[in-house]
Design a protein around this ligand. Structure first.
Ligand code: HEM
Length: 309
């Protein structure tokens, strides 16, 4: 923490700072903007949030002005993904403890973060194709395809695709983190565990399996969701859980869609810096699913009888 004398304040202002010691910590007080403002040699805003590191973590590789937008868009999304991974792990612990209300609150927060990320594409949409082309050549083969956290998020939600770890070849820490999440139950596995503990018949192959393998949809799980959704009042907490989890996939896909559309707007149908077919690859990803039975069950739901017939 800087000494007030280090702030180069005019003498009159510097004198306006009152120093005291509170609980052994040197504390300062001054009248600023009509308020009595206090700070001390304990924890400051910058120390707590590490703004020094955060705001020095933007390292453009070109001298083109629009690269800053590109960097900060990616960095803010990475921060939100970090928070989602954290919240989802909290929610999964609540699910394991059958604390469904607490899990629900955390899942709602995660869905709200996703909505925020979807809206934030509008900022990147101000990047014109010409703006991007000024610095694209400097990016080399760097691509969001190599985002460790994004892949971890897919694994955690239930989409286990081990081959995608390959691009982290040479980064042992990234590979270890991804393999760990790959080998653990996903959010959907935890939700299916809840269904089983609530008396629904779920096959052992869904409850205890090699978690690193892709999830295979099960007739029993679909039947369980169908029963719950056909009579929500009889199964309210599970119905509510099903809808909260569905919202996550719904928003995730909306994020994918906005990314794909933004990419089409900026680079058309050229290949990505990561080597894929670009928009074509991103369109294919729109068919990926985390919670298959929660979607397939909807087609089979019973229509209620029409009154008077
Ligand atoms: C102008 C901006 C952007 C362009 C042109 C772009 C382009 C692309 C392309 C073409 C791909 C396919 C992989 C490849 O061949 O590179 C891709 C993947 C990806 N991008 Fe972007 N992107 C942009 C912004 C962003 C932002 C802001 C994020 C936020 C983190 C992001 C995250 C990702 C992720 C996670 C993937 C992997 C998707 C998957 O495998 O399903 N991208 N991007």
């Amino acid at each position: 923490m800087k000494d007030p004398a280090d702030f180069n304040l005019p003498e009159a202002n510097s004198a306006a700072i009152r120093r005291t010691t509170v609980g052994g910590v040197e504390t300062f007080e001054a009248h600023i903007a009509g308020e009595t403002i206090q700070w001390d040699r304990g924890l400051s805003y910058g120390q707590h949030l590490q703004t020094g590191r955060l705001l020095n973590a933007q390292g453009p590789v070109s001298d083109k002005p629009d690269e800053m937008l590109f960097i900060i868009m990616h960095q803010t999304m990475e921060l939100w993904i970090k928070l989602m991974l954290h919240e989802l792990r909290v929610a999964m612990a609540h699910l394991r403890g059958d604390e469904l209300d607490k899990a629900g609150r955390t899942l709602d927060r995660t869905a709200t973060i996703m909505q925020h990320m979807i809206h934030s594409w509008e900022v990147l949409a101000t990047l014109s194709p010409h703006d991007f082309m000024t610095f694209r050549g400097y990016l080399g083969k760097a691509s969001g395809f190599q985002s460790q956290q994004y892949r971890e998020l897919e694994f955690l939600l239930g989409l286990k695709r081990p081959d995608l770890i390959l691009v982290h070849n040479g980064d042992e820490a990234a590979q270890a983190a991804l393999n760990k999440t790959l080998g653990e139950p996903s959010l959907y596995d935890e939700v299916i565990g809840v269904l089983s503990r609530h008396g629904f018949t779920i096959p052992d192959s869904s409850l205890s399996r090699d978690w690193s393998k892709p999830y295979a949809p099960s007739v029993e799980v679909e039947e369980a969701w169908l029963t719950i959704y056909n009579d929500p009042n009889a199964h309210w907490t599970l119905y509510d859980l099903g809808e909260k989890v569905t919202a996550l996939e719904y928003y995730f896909q909306e994020w994918r869609f906005k990314h794909m559309k933004t990419v089409a707007r900026v680079i058309g149908h050229r290949h990505g810096t990561g080597g894929s077919a670009g928009v074509h690859y991103l369109v294919k990803a729109l068919d990926l699913q985390f919670f298959p039975e929660l979607w397939s069950m909807r087609t089979r739901m019973e229509a209620h009888p029409v009154a008077g017939k």
